[in-house]
Design a binder for this molecule. Sequence first.
Ligand code: SF4
Length: 209
Amino acid sequence: MKNLNYSVFETFHSFQGEGEHSGRSAFFIRLYGCPIQCPWCDSAGTWLSAGESDVQKMSPEALAEAAATAHPDFAVITGGEPTIHDLSPLCEALHAKNIPVHLETSGAFPLRGEFDWITISPKTKRLPLSENWARASELKLIITEPEDIGFWIEKISRERVPETTTIRLHPEWSQHRNPAVLSAIADCVCRRGHPFRAGWQLHKLFDVR
Ligand code: SF4
């Protein structure tokens, strides 16, 4: 196993609030760094790149031990944009503890590591690498205005996305009470059916991380 320490923004035990595994016990590992910098990012504190400050460094084994202590159903590696790091050692350490590894990523960088579930949330500022679209277990589209839906449908139709990949439409949280955004999502799901799903951030309703 490679000797590599990760710059860790935070770790915490909660439930997965989004996507196919919503509601399940999950240990979150949030790593530093994201060069994409979406204007509505809800984890902008992670943007500080590793080495710019006195950030917490943890080995893959220490992170896996922390996850194992929580006894979650799975670990979620997130950020920031976690795939700017080589995640292979962290995946190996988590698997050595028999913890399934879920990844949350924009898909804009090569995916390094063995993952049991991959959520790709594509961003317009930096689109996923073409080889990553087909690797997604699910796609999570963040909808800031109704016009976003057509943009993403056109984009996805040109990529090699398997028919089994679910596509979840999430209102960007500042728009989660915007009737235009919500009705556009509902209309898309009702008209198109599978693989489209309406998405939500359940943990925010519970006011937990
Ligand atoms: S890609 Fe994700 S972490 Fe990076 S700025 Fe956008 S929402 Fe934030």
